[in-house]
Write a protein that binds this ligand. Structure first.
Ligand SMILES: NC(=O)c1ccc[n+]([C@@H]2O[C@H](COP(=O)([O-])OP(=O)(O)OC[C@H]3O[C@@H](n4cnc5c(N)ncnc54)[C@H](OP(=O)(O)O)[C@@H]3O)[C@@H](O)[C@H]2O)c1
Length: 367
C-alpha cells in the first residue's frame, strides 16, 4: 500500500495524476484534511480535476482510500490501523509558504517527525520518500550545487520555510535510524508541461511580475533552475522504486544544462504573448529602487496590496539573484531522462494564466 501525503497540493497532486492515469493499479492511502472521508475524497477529486484527470479515473478513488488527518495534530490519525499495511510513503505535505504562516514549524517539523516515527515502526515499510527542497541547503550565489546531507545549524535562511525543511531532514536522519528514508529535493517547480499553470500558478507570476515592471533584482544573464511538476512527479515515482541507500539525498532539478537565463524567459514569454521582448528596456535594480516605485504598482498590476507586492519582490528577488543551479547528475545516473527546459513549455503557462492578475496568481504562495 502506498501512502501519499499532500495530494490536495501541487506536487502530491501531480504524483496522484500520474498514478491514476498510468497503467499500474496501486493500493492507495491518501492523507487529506477534511472533517470526514467524503469531504476528503471530494477535495482530492477537486484537485485532480485541475490536472484534467477524466471522471472515470476519478471514480476509482473511494472513501476507503482516504485517511483524514492534519499534520498539526498527528496524534488524531497516527493510530489508524491501515498504516500497518503501508509499504511505501511519498511525503509531499508541508506548509510550502514564504509567508509567516504560524503552522510552518508545527507541520513541517513536528508533525512530519511524528509521522516518520510512526512509519518507522511499520514492519512492512520499504521506503519513506520525503520531499525536501533544494533551496534548504542555503546555496552560495553563482554556484552549481551538488547534493549534500550536511546540516548547518546557523545557516542564514531567506525564509522560515527553508529552515524548517532543512531541520526536518536532519531530525529524521538523527532520530529515525530505522526509517528507510530517501530524500528528494526538487529545485523550483513551475507549471505542468501539458496543463500549464492550471494545477497551480505557484512562482510563475514572479517572472511575469519582473517583466511587467521591466525591473527586478536579478540580471537578464542570471539563470534559474526550474522543472515542471509532471517531471517532478515522474522522478518521485522512479525514486520510490529505486534501491538508493537509506538517507540518500537526490536533487530533482534542471541542472547546468537545462537551467534557463532570465533573458531566455523574456524571449519565450514574449513569443507566447505575441509581443516584443522587454530586452534592453529591462533594468537590474536594488530592492530599495522597487520600494520607491510603490505608488506605481497599482497602475501596473491593478488593485493590489502594495506591502504584499513589495514583500513578494524582496523574498523572491532574494532567490532569483542567487543564480544557482542544482546538479541533476545523480538523478540522471539513476535512469531518469533529462528534464524539459522551462522555456519549452512556458507558452502553456502563459495561456493558462491569461486573464489572471499578478495578485490573483501569487495568492497561492502566500497562504
Ligand atoms: N513547489 C515548489 O516549487 C517546490 C520546490 C521544492 C520542494 N517543494 C516541496 O514539495 C512539497 C509540496 O509542495 P507543493 O508545492 O505541492 O505545496 P502545496 O501545493 O502548497 O501543497 C501542500 C500540500 O500539503 C498539505 N498540507 C499542508 N498542511 C498540512 C497539514 N497540516 N496536514 C496535512 N497536510 C497538510 C496541503 O493540504 P491542504 O490542501 O489541506 O492545505 C497540500 O496537499 C513540499 O514539501 C515542498 O517543500 C516544492
Amino acid at each position: 500500500m502506498l501512502l501519499i501525503t499532500g495530494v490536495t497540493g501541487f506536487l502530491g497532486g501531480a504524483v496522484l495524476e500520474k498514478i491514476l492515469t498510468g497503467g499500474e493499479s496501486l493500493h492507495l492511502l491518501l492523507l487529506a484534511r477534511a472533517s470526514d472521508p467524503e469531504g476528503g475524497l471530494e477535495r482530492v477529486r477537486e484537485n485532480m480535476r485541475k490536472f484534467n484527470v477524466p471522471a472515470e479515473k476519478l471514480a476509482s478513488l473511494t472513501v476507503d482510500n482516504i485517511l483524514i488527518g492534519d499534520l498539526s495534530q498527528p496524534e488524531d490519525f497516527l493510530n489508524d490501523p491501515r498504516l500497518e499495511q503501508v509499504t511505501h510513503v511519498i511525503n509531499c505535505a508541508a506548509v510550502a509558504s514564504f509567508g509567516n504562516n504560524p503552522l510552518i514549524w508545527k507541520v513541517n517539523v513536528e508533525g512530519t517527525l511524528a509521522l516518520a516515527h510512526r512509519m518507522e515502526r511499520v514492519k512492512t515499510l520499504q521506503r519513506f520518500l520525503h520531499v525536501g527542497t533544494a533551496m534548504s541547503c542555503t546555496p552560495e550565489q553563482n554556484s552549481l550545487v551538488a547534493e549534500s546531507a550536511e546540516f548547518r545549524e546557523n545557516a542564514e535562511h531567506l525564509v522560515e520555510y527553508t529552515r524548517s525543511k532543512s531541520t526536518i531532514e536532519q531530525l529524521m536522519r538523527q532520530r529515525c535510524p530505522d526509517l528507510p528514508l530517501l530524500i528528494a529535493r526538487p529545485s523550483i517547480v513551475v507549471g505542468h508541461t501539458r496543463h500549464g499553470c492550471t494545477p497551480s500558478s505557484s512562482i510563475f507570476w514572479v517572472f511575469s511580475m519582473g517583466l511587467m515592471l521591466q525591473k527586478f533584482m536579478c540580471s537578464m544573464e542570471d539563470r534559474i533552475d526550474v522543472v515542471p511538476v509532471d517531471y517532478c512527479a515522474d522522478a518521485l515515482l522512479m525514486l520510490l522504486g529505486s534501491n538508493a541507500h537509506s538517507g540518500e539525498v537526490v536533487h530533482i532539478s534542471a541542472g547546468e544544462e537545462n537551467s534557463v537565463r532570465f533573458g531566455d524567459i523574456d524571449m519565450a514569454m514574449a513569443q507566447a504573448l505575441e509581443k516584443a521582448p522587454v530586452g534592453d528596456k529591462y533594468a537590474q535594480v536594488s530592492y530599495e529602487t522597487l520600494v520607491k516605485m510603490r505608488r506605481e504598482l497599482k497602475g501596473i498590476f491593478g488593485p493590489c496590496n502594495e506591502r504584499l507586492m513589495l514583500k513578494a519582490m524582496r523574498l523572491y528577488g532574494g532567490f532569483a539573484t542567487l543564480n544557482v543551479r542544482f546538479s541533476n547528475e545523480k538523478l540522471i545516473s539513476m535512469g531518469m531522462p533529462k528534464p524539459p527546459r522551462f522555456t519549452d513549455y512556458i507558452a502553456r503557462c502563459v495561456q493558462t494564466t491569461q486573464g489572471l492578475t499578478i495578485p490573483e496568481q501569487m495568492a497561492v504562495d502566500f497562504k
